[in-house]
Design a protein around this ligand. Sequence first.
Ligand code: ATP
Ligand code: MG
Length: 298
Amino acid sequence: MTEVHALRGVDLTVMPGELVAVMGPSGSGKSTLLTLAGGLDAPTSGQVFVEGRDLARLSRGELAATRRRSIGYVFQDYNLIPALTAAENIALPRELDGHPLRKARREAMESLEELGLTAVANRFPDEMSGGQQQRVAIARALVGDRRLVLADEPTGALDSQTGEAVLALLRARCDAGAAGVMVTHEPRYAAWADRVVYLRDGTMVDQTLTARGSGSATDRSATSIRADAAAAAVRADDPAVRADGPAVRADGPAVRADDPAVRADDPAVRADRPVGPHAADRPSPHAADWPSPRRTAP
Ligand SMILES: Nc1ncnc2c1ncn2[C@@H]1O[C@H](COP(=O)(O)OP(=O)(O)OP(=O)(O)O)[C@@H](O)[C@H]1O
Ligand SMILES: [Mg+2]
């Protein structure tokens, strides 16, 4: 196989409280960097620490739990589950994490309100505009106490006023102690970050502090990515861990295999294990029988 080097010698540390913007041309490795930081893929060489813990040393279950609990991920293509409403999409990771249904739903509604989306709470993704879907994806990444928020062009589908509002939320989350990494093409959004790193051809070519940045020293609770990633490794062969997997696999669950909330290898969504205390309330997470009963005809 021809190896495309998606990342080379990248070394990035993000402190709690810090928001880092990642900029660079298309294909420069921005999304790849985020997939490594989010534990969706492993680097070919190097190490990824999230809150001081080496992701390579976690068991599959621990990694799944970390992704669900500690990492909020806004995918470039949103990655909402088509068979779930906006509110259900946001509540799902919390429910999988064992939070009571009622609490998960309440948090989801609060999160939707924060993003000005109360009106679409009960709509399915294909009944929302692109910008609404993107904000639901952001709400899902921010709900709960996520210590690391990874956002891949989170404002791509938003008008500038809504974009600024989203950045203000992300900024507030980081000011409250989360670490944030955001890919953006827009200098005006990058200005909300403490630091901007520039990627080109998979290499970090520059790094600047913004007016906000203080250039703080490292500590043990940092997230750091010191990695090389050949594209062959970045896109793992196993369809269950492919970052570009289809939204609905013909033979699989109606959940994106790469969604940190609902990874197919996550013991919480395995067919042989009940999902939280309310398993009986929801259709079986097992493959083919999930989407249809949930969905009411429009
Ligand atoms: N599925 C894939 N198979 C092989 N190579 C891939 C795949 N996806 C991405 N790559 C390669 O990895 C490199 C980095 O891609 P990546 O998606 O990280 O870029 P990006 O900076 O996020 O671009 P964009 O701004 O277009 O989203 C590119 O050379 C790309 O061609
Ligand atoms: Mg990208």
